[in-house]
Design a protein. Structure first.
Length: 71
């Protein structure tokens, strides 16, 4: 059973697929755009974003939709 999934790539239905897979495998879904940007497309401070992503990565199960900082 899938426990950790990351969907990355160009624009075009990734989020739709992410919602379907998250439901099918009962995985918590994390949309990177929603983490990287606050309302009004204000960037989340980098240190805060890295802390959030680290917490997600260390959890046992997740589905990540999108791609965060390059490194």
């Amino acid at each position: 059973m899938m426990q950790k999934v990351m969907l990355i790539g160009n624009g075009g239905d990734k989020t739709t697929l992410a919602y379907q897979l998250a439901a099918l495998y009962d995985l918590p879904l994390y949309e990177i755009d929603a983490l990287q940007f606050q309302p009004g497309w204000v960037a989340t401070p980098e240190a805060e974003l890295r802390q959030i992503l680290e917490q997600i990565q260390q959890s046992e199960r997740w589905l990540i939709d999108g791609f965060g900082p390059w490194d």
